[in-house]
Structures are given as structure tokens and as C-alpha cells.
Design a protein around this ligand. Structure first.
Ligand code: HEM
Ligand SMILES: [Ca+2]
Ligand SMILES: [Ca+2]
Length: 325
């Protein structure tokens, strides 16, 4: 049974995608007796106290959800004997378990209130993402809500939808542009790499086999390159992961941009934002102006949260975030 009144979901046509009208404080009218956002925040805070990985894991999960079939919690669905789900596509295998766990736990806490069967997993992920950013020192913002959960999740649908660490600026702009995001949005969102980890294999080409003339990527700071080689020796255990921000790995800050100015972007897709003259001015501006970066980040996250939002019969409220109803 659809738990919401029809009038709550106005649809509007934008280009050829139909996007639901999200709004702030959505659940205040759906469940006036429960502060849904506080319930989620409490769970996220507890989980954060247990492990910092909660932050990058949840943030990346939201991004990987929104870029494949829209922000509809399709990435959280578990595979079954007759369906290989998104999370088992190679691009999603390195999503950390703590992101899924955060959503599952927050959903359980919401379902234990009188606001049962009314809050989508997609919205819980959007709320939890807002909360982890604030908990790690990033900007606080009012999150738009009112998404439905998607009705399909296939590994094959992930192919080509997520950016790769060796992408150049044109490839990054094309992929983000396909999701209605500008180059500015893309640069702001890339700063999510100010927290979290990467496995050595994602950038080992840059420190060992960049090109015939240059085994080490010449855009990489030589001292940083040596440090990376030390942390990621050639036959390193593939499960080893290193901090993506060598300076403030556990703080959501604009250090990402000063790192790029110093040749300390971990992936080609990070460093290219500084080496390409089209994006460099933005990197330089946000390196010295944290409030300007924060404002651009909140704008971009809000736009990211609107991607492919489901309405009406295209979605529902999942009872278990990992399983279709
Ligand atoms: C711009 C293109 C992007 C590329 C090429 C890219 C690629 C990657 C790669 C290869 C990793 C390492 C995964 C691993 O080895 O475990 C990673 C981690 C991460 N990415 Fe991105 N990413 C991009 C944009 C984004 C965006 C837009 C966000 C969120 C808004 C994001 C959030 C994260 C986070 C938080 C981590 C750390 C995950 C963890 O510690 O568990 N990334 N990304
Ligand atoms: Ca999705
Ligand atoms: Ca940082």
C-alpha cells in the first residue's frame, strides 16, 4: 500500500527525465509525532563513534546510488540466485560495508517508531550522508526528502555509469553532465576525497607504470610519489587501503584543493582538476576560500540528491533496504 497521499508527489518534466518534487522537512507532515531526521542522526552519530569509516563509506554509497538509476537505494539491494545486483558490479565491490550498515541500522530505528513503512531507504541514505558530512567537520545543510525506493537493481546497469580514477576532464564532465551536474558541481563533489581510503590498485599505474618515458606520473609530487610507493609496494596485499587525503584524512575540509596544488591528488581524476587549465581556477579559488567551497558543495550535493528521483508507480517504500518488497 502506498503510504503517502497523492498530492505529496507532484511530478515535473525536466528534459526527458521525470523528477519528483523533493522538499525539506518532508517527514514533518508525513509523521508529525516523530522527528525522523533526529532518529537517523542518532544512529549515525553512534555508528560514527564506533568507526570513522562510517563517514566515507556512507558518502560514497550515496554517490554510487545516485549515479545508477538515480537516488533510489538501488545500490543497497543484495544479489539473489536469480539477480546479480548493482553492489556486485566491479565498480561497487570496494564500497565499504559500514555505509550499508549505517542505512540498515537507521532504517531499523525509524521502523521502531510510529513512522513505520513511511520512510524510504533512499531518503535514509540522503539523511545519513548529510549527517556524516557534518560529523566530520563539513557543512551542515537542510536535506531535501521525498524519494521513493527503486524497483530494480542489476549489476549490468552499473556499466559505464560511474567515473574511473584514470578519467580526464572531458570524461568527468561528460559523466557528471549526463546527471545534470556542471563542472563546478563535479569539482565540488570530487572534494569528497578529502576523507576516506583507496586500495593501492586504483592508482598503482601512477607510481609504477605511467608511461614508457615516465614510470611515475610527472604531475605527482615526487615526495608524495615515494611515500605512496612505500605504502603500496608492487606486490601489496590487494586489501590494503590508504588515506586519500594525506594531510587531514578524517576531516571534511578544503585541504583537498591545497593538496591538488601541491601535486598530491591521489587519482588522475583528482590531479587533472589542477593540471587542466579549464578547472584550475576553481581549484585555486576553493583552496583559499573554504566558505565558497562549502557553499558550492552543498549546492552540488542537493543537485546530486535530485538525480533520477522516483515517483508514483516507479518506486515504493522498501521494508528491508536490502530486499525488494
Ligand atoms: C570525480 C570522479 C570520481 C572518481 C574517479 C572516484 C573514484 C574513487 C575511487 C577509485 C575510490 C577508491 C575506492 C577504493 O579503492 O576502495 C574512491 C573512494 C571514495 N570516493 Fe570517489 N570518485 C569520484 C567522485 C566521488 C564523489 C562525487 C564522491 C561523493 C560525493 C566520492 C566519494 C568517495 C569517498 C568518500 C571515497 C572513500 C571511500 C571509503 O573510504 O570507503 N567520490 N573514489
Ligand atoms: Ca540508484
Ligand atoms: Ca581532509
Amino acid at each position: 500500500m502506498e503510504a503517502r497521499v497523492a498530492g505529496e508527489r507532484r511530478s515535473s518534466r525536466m528534459g526527458d527525465t521525470i523528477s519528483a518534487q523533493l522538499k525539506q522537512n518532508f517527514y514533518a507532515t508525513i509523521c508529525p509525532n516523530v522527528n525522523v531526521e533526529n532518529v537517523v542522526r542518532g544512529v549515525v552519530r553512534t555508528k560514527f563513534q564506533q568507526t570513522f569509516v562510517t563517514v566515507p563509506a556512507t558518502l560514497r554509497l550515496f554517490f554510487h546510488d545516485c549515479f545508477v538509476q538515480g537516488c533510489d537505494a538501488s545500490v543497497i539491494i543484495a544479489s539473489t540466485s536469480n539477480n546479480q545486483a548493482e553492489k556486485d558490479h566491479p565498480d561497487n565491490l570496494s564500497l565499504a560495508g559500514d555505509g550499508f550498515d549505517t542505512v540498515i541500522k537507521a532504517k531499523a530505528a525509524v521502523e521502531a517508531t510510529s513512522c513505520k513503512n513511511k520512510v524510504s531507504c533512499a531518503d535514509i541514505l540522503a539523511m545519513a550522508t548529510r549527517d556524516v558530512i557534518a560529523l566530520s567537520g563539513g557543512p551542515s545543510y537542510a536535506v531535501e526528502l521525498g524519494r521513493l525506493d527503486g524497483l530494480s537493481s542489476t549489476a549490468s546497469s552499473v556499466e559505464g555509469k560511474l567515473p574511473q580514477p584514470n578519467f580526464n576532464l572531458n570524461q568527468l564532465n561528460a559523466l557528471f553532465g549526463a546527471n545534470g551536474l556542471t563542472q563546478q558541481d563535479m569539482i565540488a563533489l570530487s572534494a569528497a576525497h578529502t576523507v576516506g581510503f583507496s586500495h593501492c590498485g586504483k592508482f598503482s599505474n601512477r607510481i609504477y607504470s605511467f608511461s614508457a618515458q615516465n614510470p611515475v606520473d610527472p604531475t605527482l609530487n615526487p615526495t608524495y610519489a615515494t611515500q605512496l610507493q612505500g605504502m603500496c609496494p608492487k606486490n601489496v596485499d590487494p586489501s590494503i587501503a590508504i588515506n586519500m587525503d594525506p594531510n587531514t584524512p578524517n576531516t571534511f575540509d578544503n585541504k583537498y584543493f591545497t593538496n591538488l596544488q601541491q601535486g598530491k591528488g591521489l587519482f588522475t581524476s583528482d590531479q587533472v582538476l589542477f593540471t587542466d587549465t579549464r578547472s584550475k581556477p576553481t581549484v585555486d579559488a576553493w583552496a583559499k576560500n573554504s566558505p565558497a567551497f562549502q557553499q558550492a558543495f552543498v549546492t552540488a550535493m542537493t543537485k546530486l540528491g535530485r538525480v533520477g528521483v522516483k515517483t508514483g508507480t516507479n518506486g515504493n517504500i522498501r521494508r528491508d533496504c536490502g530486499v525488494f518488497n
